[in-house]
Design a protein around this ligand. Structure first.
Ligand SMILES: Cc1ncc(COP(=O)(O)O)c(C=O)c1O
Length: 681
């Protein structure tokens, strides 16, 4: 029973479809509305991208989210005791591992290409032999056809008896489904989330249901005609799907969610299904990349400012508002259960993504800025006093300077700054000198937003801990480019913003070690963060709720969860490898332009290509690039100290993401060359 249960009405919500039951039983039919719903559930459970999802759900009106999808994602397909699945997924990891250093950028399904060694073509076909959707508790092509037929014949509303009889499908079904069995059987087959993906027993029952169906009824109908994957595609997608993040929560349940979960309200499966990293396939997931700017295709090189959103994130946020929207944690009604479930599942996803040891170490905030302010106001005001020192580096974004300077001004502590060398690399010797018994906190960025420098975070964290200082790591620019493992890093806090990692704006994360969060006082007061309130005394919730006063950004937290799932499916290591190759290529090309000075040339860097061009203002360059559709940031990038370290007030800053291409880099370089040579374009 959850911590919320004592204040909740835990009565179970009755299924709304029961009103149909008499009608269908009298007719000797399975419940048509249920069949419709179940067909929809099957389709949404299939690995598919957003467009397919859209087609399927518009075809099948009234569809709800899929319990199968839920089972697939929540149980990760790697279910205990299922030797077949485990063997299968063990093999399926290989395509990702085979991604070469130099990545092929040909389309993902270009099986005819000689360059598809990292893709499906390289997949050992023997791995697929004998592996059928049924093995995963999914319908095969014939079963899908049958379900489609029932939909096609019945239309979008419950049919009259006449309509049903006319097509004789019920007669075909009658021998295998007795009226009194239909609900129970169907529920057993499709709604039993816990058993479905690995229940061989359930599968054989399911195939019996379709025995004797008149095949002539479905001649010419195919799942592919409905934008659904066929049997062959299903095999490929399952063979190559990486594991979906597993909830790390300790089985947290929210008041009556346990009961309601069994009703199967789960978000659409957000599968991207890329067999291996392929930039063209990735680009198709981002609808905004089809935009044209000034008559040219958009080239989004402003990723350090914010990233674009894949369709799966857009769909997930829409789905939330269409099916789940409610305030969380504090009501006994069904939508509150759905939204709480979605929100807490997103927290689990974040925890898993950054390898936190528990979901309770994850606090949702508005973004990196708010998360840093939270620590400064809460832990900082409690622990920092006159004479203490806070250490930051020259690389910091203003968000990681201003709150600490404010805290120093408030408490009489001193801000110390670690210098960097000419390439923009932290001078570790100087850092060591600054670390003393007075150092109470070190707060630094893992990746510089202005230069792209990757700091030696683990080394710096260990050095700080040796003098007893706490460490906050700013992951705003690292999280979308590098694997983050907060336990391996051993940082005390880690912060990032959802919008920098293909998620929505207005949502971000503060990770904090459990005991540390428990020791920190709330920084804002209000609803949601209290256990009990009287005029004499307030008892606060434990973390993370105690730091989430008021109504948070629920939908966008859910969207952030979808973004992290998306990134996990592509594979952060694949992303890092591809981006590194692109960065090296772009640095080399830009360097060849006379008069161009790259700012930030650290040996370890990612994504950012800051530069200035002799004889041209940064603003003019930004405007000229925009004329050919290229979006870059010009200005101080909220990092004035580091630019001034290089004698500058601003730079032009193209910044890369994994959907950028070599062709886009070529266009950037050609255009900068033309600007440099004074040519009109
Ligand atoms: C390194 C770094 N820290 C902090 C921030 C602040 O992030 P937000 O504005 O999303 O709170 C940014 C934003 O660009 C950043 O790059």
């Amino acid at each position: 029973m959850s911590k919320w249960a004592s204040t909740m009405n835990t009565s179970k919500v009755e299924p709304t479809h029961l009103a149909q039951q008499d009608f269908t039983e009298n007719a000797g039919l399975p419940d048509i509305e249920q069949l419709t719903k179940l067909a929809n559930e099957l389709f949404t459970a299939l690995p598919c991208d957003g467009s397919r999802l859209g087609q399927a759900s518009s075809l099948i009106a009234g569809g709800s989210a899929s319990p199968l999808a839920s089972a697939a994602s929540q149980q990760d397909f790697a279910l205990d005791g299922d030797a077949v699945l485990q063997k299968f997924f063990a093999k399926s990891a290989s395509p990702y591992q085979q991604v070469p250093d130099s990545l092929d950028t040909s389309p993902v399904f270009a099986n005819n290409s000689a360059n598809t060694s990292a893709g499906l073509a390289s997949l050992d076909k023997s791995v697929l032999a004998g592996i059928l959707p049924n093995d995963f508790g999914l319908p095969d092509e014939a079963q899908l056809q049958q379900l489609l037929v029932s939909r096609v014949f019945t239309g979008s509303s419950v049919p009259s008896l006449d309509t049903v009889e006319q097509f004789s499908a019920p007669d075909v079904l009658k021998p295998s489904i007795r009226p009194q069995d239909s609900d129970a059987q169907l529920q057993k087959l499709f709604s039993d989330n816990a058993r479905y993906p690995n229940s061989v027993e359930g599968i054989s029952e399911s195939s019996q249901l379709f025995n004797g169906f008149d095949a002539s009824l479905i001649a010419g109908l195919s799942p592919k005609a409905y934008g659904l994957p066929g049997e062959d595609e299903l095999q490929q997608l399952f063979a190559t799907s990486p594991k979906v993040p597993v909830s790390t929560s300790s089985g947290s349940s929210f008041y009556f969610l346990d009961e309601i979960k069994s009703e199967g309200f789960n978000a659409p499966a957000l599968n991207s299904g890329h067999p291996a990293f392929d930039v063209q396939a990735v680009r198709r997931d981002f609808p905004i990349l089809k935009e044209r700017v000034n008559g040219h295709p958009l080239v989004w090189f402003d990723n350090a400012a914010t990233t674009q959103k894949p369709q799966s994130v857009i769909d997930r946020v829409s789905y939330f508002y269409e099916h789940e929207n409610s305030n969380i944690h504090r009501a006994a009604h069904e939508l509150a259960a759905r939204s709480t479930d979605a929100y807490e599942k997103a927290r689990d996803t974040v925890a898993h993504f950054m390898n936190a040891s528990s979901s309770s170490e994850i606090v949702f905030a508005r973004g990196t800025t708010e998360a840093i302010n939270l620590v400064a106001k809460s832990w900082g005001q409690q622990n920092i006093k006159a004479g203490d020192e806070i250490v930051v580096t020259w690389l910091e974004h203003h968000a990681n300077i201003v709150p600490w300077k404010q805290l120093c001004d408030l408490t009489g502590a001193t801000l110390r700054v670690v210098p960097v060398d000419e390439d923009g690399q932290v001078l570790l010797g100087e850092y060591q000198k600054l670390l003393t018994a007075r150092t109470k906190l070190v707060s630094f960025t893992q990746v510089s937003n202005a230069l792209g420098t990757v700091t030696p975070a683990k080394v710096m964290i260990d050095m700080a801990h040796r003098v007893g200082a706490k460490v906050l790591l700013d992951g705003a620019q690292s999280v979308s480019h590098l694997r983050v493992d907060v336990q391996a890093l051993d940082c005390d806090w880690f912060v990032f913003s959802g919008h920098k990692i293909f998620g929505p704006t207005g949502i971000g994360v503060l990770y904090g070690k459990a005991e540390l969060l428990e020791s920190m006082p709330p920084w804002q007061g209000g609803g949601n963060m209290i256990e009990d309130v009287t005029f004499d005394k307030i008892i606060y919730q434990p973390a993370p709720a105690r730091f989430e006063a008021g109504t948070g950004n629920i939908a966008d937290a859910v969207g952030l969860g979808a973004a992290l799932e998306y990134v996990s499916k592509i594979g952060i290591d694949n992303i890092a490898r591809y981006e590194h190759e692109l960065l090296v290529y772009a640095m080399g090309a830009l360097r060849s332009i006379s008069g161009l000075r790259l700012i930030g040339t650290a040996a370890e860097k990612t994504s950012v290509l800051s530069f200035v061009l002799a004889g041209h203002s940064n603003q003019d360059i930004g405007v000229a690039l925009n004329r050919v559709g290229i979006a870059v940031r010009t200005g101080h990038h909220c990092a004035q100290p580091i630019l001034r370290r290089f004698g500058l007030e601003s730079t032009v800053r193209p910044s890369l993401a994994f959907y950028n291409t070599h062709d886009e880099v070529d266009l950037l370089v050609t255009t900068v060359r033309r600007i440099q040579s004074g040519k009109d374009f």
